[in-house]
Design a protein around this ligand. Structure first.
Ligand SMILES: C[S@@+](CC[C@H](N)C(=O)[O-])C[C@H]1O[C@@H](n2cnc3c(N)ncnc32)[C@H](O)[C@@H]1O
Length: 298
């Protein structure tokens, strides 16, 4: 028995509406396009085409995964970031739009410093699917790009994406804690670290996405403190650190930055909703005396 594409789609939308998926129509369409390997225009041109039973059943199984709360990106194994397509699966966090802002503000800083065509060393800390490192390596051929992650599985996904975008030879993927695995001192540290309080994370996010990518401890700040401790001696001056933060963390992260990098210039940038989401810490000179962790009150 066959079904028309539009009937398949209607049934899928109905199922997703039933479970209160707020983007039911879009999700059903994206999954169907993935299943039939069609562009949006092609899908709409073929709404009256017939689909065989086997394909329909497979499609409904994918829709059911969405109905159970799984992110669409894991179902289609793809997510767009800065207009590039990345492979994703449950080994990595699904890239978020906020992280595009982190990249854009970092590029602005790179331009401001005149480092666009310089042999500058950059590290993407907690690279996950590799989106930040891969995008910057593609865009800036002169950069020496490192990417670290504590998760071996995430690094496997980052390697897939580095190969997909032709920059596997230009990114050193290193396993380990923050910048510890580096054999050089970067001028730029960019990171979207795990900064959430896991108990406050939306249940489906916590259920499907890796906890190691989300869990930032009791206030979500532990990772910033540890990164700053390492960067104090591990960042080349002049240099900068660009971080994605939680909307309520700007003050704490700014205070931490001032403790660890006295004299640094700290910028807080907002997202389109007016929430503080990116911090950039510019460090011009070597810092003396070193501030120890026990001297900070945050
Ligand atoms: C929020 S995800 C960000 C992934 C990716 N950069 C992005 O923006 O989509 C945080 C990543 O940091 C990694 N991570 C957590 N703790 C780490 C640590 N101590 N050192 C290095 N990576 C860490 C996680 O495995 C995860 O891939």
């Amino acid at each position: 028995m066959t079904q028309r594409v539009k009937d398949l789609l209607a049934r899928a939308v109905q199922r997703l509406v039933e479970v209160r998926d707020s983007t039911a129509q879009l999700d059903a369409e994206v999954i169907l396009r993935h299943k039939l390997d069609l562009s949006r225009a092609e899908l709409y041109a073929r709404l009256n085409d017939e689909v065989d039973d086997h394909t329909s059943q497979e499609y409904y199984l994918l829709v059911e995964r969405r109905a159970q709360g799984e992110p669409v990106a894991y179902i289609t194994n793809t997510r767009e970031f800065m207009a590039l397509d990345f492979y994703v699966d449950k080994r990595v966090l699904v890239p978020r739009p906020e992280t595009e802002l982190l990249v854009e503000f970092s590029i602005n800083k790179l331009q401001e410093k005149g480092w666009m065509d310089q042999e500058i060393v950059l590290v993407d800390v907690g690279t996950g699917s590799g989106i930040i490192a891969v995008y910057l390596a593609v865009r800036f051929p002169h950069l020496h790009v490192y990417a670290t992650d504590i998760s071996d599985e995430a690094l496997e996904v980052a390697a897939i994406n580095a190969r997909r975008h032709g920059v596997a030879e230009r990114i050193k993927l290193l396993h380990g804690n923050l910048i510890e695995p580096l054999d050089t001192k970067p001028n730029i540290i960019i990171s979207n670290p795990p900064y959430t309080v896991i108990a406050q994370v939306e249940p489906n996010v916590a259920r499907f996405e890796p906890n190691i990518a989300l869990d930032g401890g009791p206030k979500g700040l532990a990772i910033f403190r540890e990164l700053f401790t390492q960067a104090k001696s591990g960042l080349t001056r002049p240099g900068f650190i660009a971080l994605e933060i939680g909307a309520d963390q700007a003050n704490d992260v700014q205070n931490l930055s001032k403790h660890f990098f006295p004299g640094s210039h700290v910028e807080i940038h907002k997202d389109y909703a007016g929430l503080d989401r990116v911090v950039i810490i510019e460090v011009e000179q070597e810092i003396t005396p070193a501030i120890t962790e026990t001297q900070t009150s945050i």
